[in-house]
Design a protein around this ligand. Sequence first.
Ligand code: GLY
Ligand code: MN
Length: 363
Amino acid sequence: MKAKLSEFGERRRWFQGVLAEAGLDGAFLSSPVTVRYLTGFTGSNSMLLMGASGAELFTDPRYTVQVEQEADAEKKTVAAGVLMNAVCASVKKRRMRRMGFEASHLTYEGYARLGEGLGAKVALKPLGRGLAERRAVKSAGEIAAIRRAVAINSEAYERALKQFRVGMLETELAAELDHQMRLLGAECAAFDTIVASGAHSALPHAHPRPVPVKANALLLIDMGAQASGYASDMTRMALPGKPSRRAAKLYRAVLEAQLAGIDATRPGASASSVDHAARRVLKSEGLEELFIHSTGHGLGLEIHEYPRIGKTEECELKPGMVITIEPGVYVEGWGGIRIEDTVLVTERGCEVLTPTPKELRVL
Ligand code: GLY
Ligand code: MN
């Protein structure tokens, strides 16, 4: 009887089918996320050569022990010096002629080196987005990891807000959020935590400043945790004081847009229809011009991955996809408001994974 394939083995078998269908002898994979997805290896320096006989994983001597402990691959090669040289030697030995590569990851310099190393007899062909599409649909194990990341994320938010005092620096609050995520078991923050108060919150990707958070200033917190390699993503608004009428009005509109986006999230719906549902609400309030980004994005091993939940993204949502729904409005010189949840597409609709309440939190 054949041994049962691991989840990584199943992914590699599927990918071998993709290569065969594309008429390729193999593929050169250089993105660390792809290497992790197909083998489980998390080292910072690796390359993967996929072929009909399986996967050969290349790394350097710093990872001699780790690659044995972590990686699921048919062959593991620890090579001193330039990894690409070892990969090229293996391609020649295996007599591969048509090789796929990750066009969205390999740099021009890497592509040129690969071409030089392999010589004119080997044709290099860009891979399509099959890997990104497969990664978008999460397995039960991946969903469990995202649930853990979400739980850590939300609990850290609660704990950090308990420490908040007017006058605290944005950087101090960001550090407290990160600290709590680590204490709760996160490997790291899934991205640079955003804490932006007052007019600074009008920058969707603001960096926290060593500036005190003032009373009655809008406070935007956008954070994510990483657990077992998988990300969560959440944005919430808080306010140390009383919301102005303008803040209350804009908040209500963004919340309605976010709920409309969630309502539109179901299998068979296009990503663009989710974006339109959120955008329509803001348009009806005359706020469309202030909504300057897409409604959301896929997330998993990366914080931003396929599909984009944007105006023109025709990707059809499928059960198992995990996306964010995060409309926002941004008024230069005044401030910004965004509300974001991590959402799982289910068989019948969707499940909002983020448990944190969505009302404007008065501190
Ligand atoms: N939470 C950061 C982003 O989605 O861009
Ligand atoms: Mn996001």
